[in-house]
Design a protein around this ligand. Sequence first.
Ligand SMILES: Nc1ncnc2c1ncn2[C@@H]1O[C@H](COP(=O)(O)OP(=O)(O)OP(=O)(O)O)[C@@H](O)[C@H]1O
Length: 261
Amino acid sequence: MEPALQIQNVSVRYGEFTALDHIELNLQHHTTLGLVGESGSGKSTLARVIAGLITPDEGQILLGDQTLKKKRSREQYKKIQMIFQNPDASLNPKHSVRQILAEALLFHRIVDRSQVEKRSKELLARVQLEAKALDKYPHEFSGGQRQRIAIARAISVEPSLLIADEPTSALDVSVQLSVLELFNSLKRELNLTLLFISHDLGVIHAISDTVAVMRQGQLVEISPKEQFFTRPETAYSRELLSAVPKMPKLISSGGLYEPTI
Ligand SMILES: Nc1ncnc2c1ncn2[C@@H]1O[C@H](COP(=O)(O)OP(=O)(O)OP(=O)(O)O)[C@@H](O)[C@H]1O
């Protein structure tokens, strides 16, 4: 079977500046790829190209066996959903949670109008929010709860690939953990493929199966998680790992990460 997503020779330029330089990367079905790299290395640009928000200057992207054209079909758009660092980016502040979920469900024809309420409650339960959240507005929730609503909206349209760009960076550590657990359980239960971007290696350790490292628009390493954290391939990866504070930061189902190098 072909990979869930193939990025082939993709380059993006902003004027004279090359933000992505001939990227080659495959995402395997039902796995999480953790994307790391210093600020400005091109992680968000790569996420936006995959989500169809930016058209690459070169190269192509395949979702399953379909090449994604410049103008994607509604079906192709829905298959790749994105979660941002700031959940407000995808939540209309003037809409209640009921409206936010109904809009996504109806626009993508996931259910008909008579089923919207039932499906919306199921989605809230999946992200561990109570049904009474339907009648509230985004500003009435905490940051972690807002991120859960953004996740519910994203999974409502039944994507095959979820891209999360620093989704826990703005949250307290204790809230981060519960949101990471949610991503892990959604991956298992919904058979999702995840691309998870974070500058926090504790987060990457908790969530990833494979780690990809970007530097100055290029991918410099793609390794299985355990290998990346114990025997990284490049001096740059070693540099990133050695910059992690010596205190273990996160405990998760992936285990406690303590820097070893
Ligand atoms: N619209 C744009 N126009 C011009 N340059 C841009 C634009 N968007 C991003 N860049 C530049 O492209 C480079 C890569 O940016 P990008 O946001 O992809 O990096 P990143 O790795 O996600 O960084 P961060 O971790 O800080 O979010 C940066 O140097 C950035 O300044």
